[in-house]
Write a protein that binds this ligand. Sequence first.
Ligand code: G3P
Length: 221
Amino acid sequence: MKIFLDSADIQEIRELTQTGLIDGVTTNPSLIARSGQDIKKVIAGICDLVPGPVSAEVLAITCEDMLKEGFALSKIAPNVVIKVPLTKEGLKACKSFREQNIGVNVTLCFSPAQALLAAKAGATFVSPFIGRLDDISFDGLLLIEEICQIYQNYPSLTTQVLAASIRHPLHVVQAAKAGVHVVTVPGKVFKQMYAHPLTDKGLEIFLEDTAKTGQKITQIL
Ligand code: G3P
């Protein structure tokens, strides 16, 4: 399973890509707005840091305008993936981009039927939102499970399920159990994935015990 960062914060992306565990980045208009930077500068900066796919979202509503914006975004760097909303116009734009071999992430997916259409439109990624469904008391995980099951029934569908709107590490684990291809996580959730109080406590004890022996591994080299 690939792990993407859901972020437009260059500093955070720089810090976390140094782990070597980040396979790509997703952005959205809200994250770009929060960065306070202009779209082209942020996307170019992220693409410099991350060789994997970097999703950049169109802001247009019509297919025609989405195509114009998408082509402009795709010129920023070769690893830009165009993010389009899961609307009729977005699906049309997705099909057209894919016919021209441009990667597409179809976002704002909230139902299995929508995900089926995204796959039919040849999307590279479909982004079902777990957290935003949970927020309104619908089962976000169930959506993920249903999409994975549908895609598995039709192996000729090549669209990758990219679990988005992840709020905590349990969402990541549940999405992985369902068999998603990718999770996109905020930096905070990535950090929560490796943090564990028993790991910290255990390390503290090992260091204390080692200090008592007065030994160092470097001494045996
Ligand atoms: O980028 C799409 C998605 O991950 C947004 O997450 O937390 O705004 O629901 P959130």
